[in-house]
Design a protein around this ligand. Sequence first.
Ligand SMILES: Cc1ncc(COP(=O)(O)O)c(C=O)c1O
Length: 467
Amino acid sequence: MQTQACQDLDRAHHLHPFTDFKALGEQGSRVITHAQGVYVHDSEGHRILDGMAGLWCVNLGYGRRELVEAAAVQMTELPYYNTFFNTTHPPVARLAEKLCALAPPHINHVFFTGSGSEANDTVLRMVRRYWALKGKPEKQWIIGRENGYHGSTVAGMSLGGMAPMHDQGGPCVPGITHVRQPYWFGEGQDQSPEAFGRACAAALEEKILELGEDKVAAFIAEPVQGAGGAIMPPASYWPAVKAVLAKYDILLIADEVICGFGRLGAWFGSQHFGLAPDLMPIAKGLSSGYLPIGGVLVGDRVADTLIEEGGEFCHGFTYSGHPTCAAVALKNLELLEAEAIVERVRDDLGPYLAELWAELGDHPLVGEARSLGLMGALELIDPATEERFDKALSAGNLCRDICFATGLVMRSVGDTMIIAPPLVITRDEIDELVCLARQALNETARRLADQRVAAPTDALHSEETRA
Ligand SMILES: Cc1ncc(COP(=O)(O)O)c(C=O)c1O
């Protein structure tokens, strides 16, 4: 199909997620046709290094025949059956066992969903059910974080702290509130990172006391905020939060949808930070995005209560534990393990990226360059003032579009540029990624200096910067 024909169909009938429909209609979508390894290809013949692993999910990279074959074998044998009404099947039972073997030792059960958002709907219900069964139904409040992301269903967006989402389609689910995020570059520079981390934990404690300590059920957070801007908390943050939660007997939900399956150089972000969460929503890297599957890893404290005292748990999805998705996820985990990919991120690729990425911190447009494992962020600043750019300049979007035209997918969150490449990326490909990022920064600086008011759509179609 020609680019134009595909764009016309798309424009006529397709409403894209998180998109200004009208603006995209005028501009036309980039058509991605195929992919291999860490590269995606578009319909115009461009090869683009996928610095975002799709949407933080293609951990094993593109084109893995083993995953295709696992799907084909399972689809031939049993393409679908549900897990309601006391039925199961081998792939889901094996996947459940494998996940529990990889998770921290106090986690021995998993509830399957079709996505990360559904996983967070599930934790909301589990947490409230748990406290009701414990004879404390008044423990209802769930505390999330401003600028946290937990999905786009009504429960997911309510647990998340994205104000633009709350403004559309509200009101949010009652009994959910948010505290400040541990975003030192954006909100904490008047203190040392360590003092700021402790201040954020103190804000959580204040919120608990304000709501009433016997009324708070759980705290939900990503170990490292992903969609909010790849925000790595100061080292003091998680130990201080853990102490607060223990003091008031509040459950911890660590949303592992992005951090899980090797992104930070551990199977789960919680292991990197030494957390022992009661619940861990998962998705994305669970199947390397090849098929949609998510779930909740449930710690013994909650699982034992639901099992022993709960009776029927009135919740589930048609695709909970879908056999083909489960077979692909299982094969994905086996490959991550057999190829020691998580260890490679921890011992080799993560430190290698960190070294090169930090050098981008010297670029005049960059106020901070940070990374952990294979996740990184650049904070764009105006070299003239060393402050953020005027929002009207949309510097982040301009840089993102220039990146695309340069041959690199780098995402923008406001003026924060983020990467999370496939975990199978090689050192040479990391060299290329960092080199493309620098070229794109140079071009962004030039365009901003020349124009001060840039039009992102011009950059999207610009070929002048293609490497
Ligand atoms: C931390 C986190 N939780 C939940 C979700 C929602 O997952 P999904 O888009 O599969 O519903 C996301 C998606 O980006 C996420 O980053």
